[in-house]
Design a protein. Structure first.
Length: 176
């Protein structure tokens, strides 16, 4: 089998592999349902069964991340970090013009918002396995980046992080 000549399944002997039969409860003298000239209306059984078959696989994957508050906290911190970064650019520009007092006022609130968002994320226990993995991956990314590694300084109490992760592991059933 190659890309130029893909292998297809063998074709049926005839177009109609089933012999025409009346539908259940339909008298044999009437026109067969399958031979009707009108297009089918509504939801077909095949479409409905196909959708229902995919439902169990799609629901846990879609519902689980949305139900864990850690995902919202990660996004809140990410947005606060971007806003703080933008404020630092303005602060730098104002400092170069000699307006030091205004420069600090520009970045003070975004800095506090980012710190609060980070503290909330550190203290929040995940409620799902994907939430815990996302939280760990986000912390690893922040710790590895030279611009954000300052977040993991002495102001973060190791005990808060340890308690949060222990609660996360209990929530997802790893610890009892």
């Amino acid at each position: 089998m190659t890309i130029e000549r893909p292998m297809f399944p063998p074709a049926a002997e005839s177009v109609d592999s089933f012999s025409p039969q009346p539908a259940i409860g339909q008298p044999e003298s009437q026109t067969l349902t399958s031979e009707s000239g009108k297009a089918a209306s509504g939801l077909s059984r095949r479409t409905m069964l196909g959708a229902l078959a995919a439902l169990p696989a799609a629901l846990p994957a879609a519902a689980e991340p949305l139900s864990d508050p850690v995902f919202a906290l990660i996004e809140a911190h990410r947005a606060a970090h971007i806003a703080h970064g933008d404020a630092l650019v303005v602060q730098d520009r104002l400092e170069k013009t000699g307006n030091i007092e205004e420069a600090w006022r520009v970045s003070e609130n975004p800095c506090c918002v980012e710190n609060d968002a980070f503290d909330a994320l550190v203290a929040a226990p995940a409620t799902t396995r994907p939430g815990l993995l996302a939280q760990l991956a986000y912390f690893q990314k922040l710790a590895a980046d030279d611009e954000t590694d300052w977040m993991f300084d002495d102001r973060i109490q190791a005990r808060v992080l340890i308690d949060s992760f222990a609660a996360s592991l209990r929530n997802i059933g790893v610890l009892s």
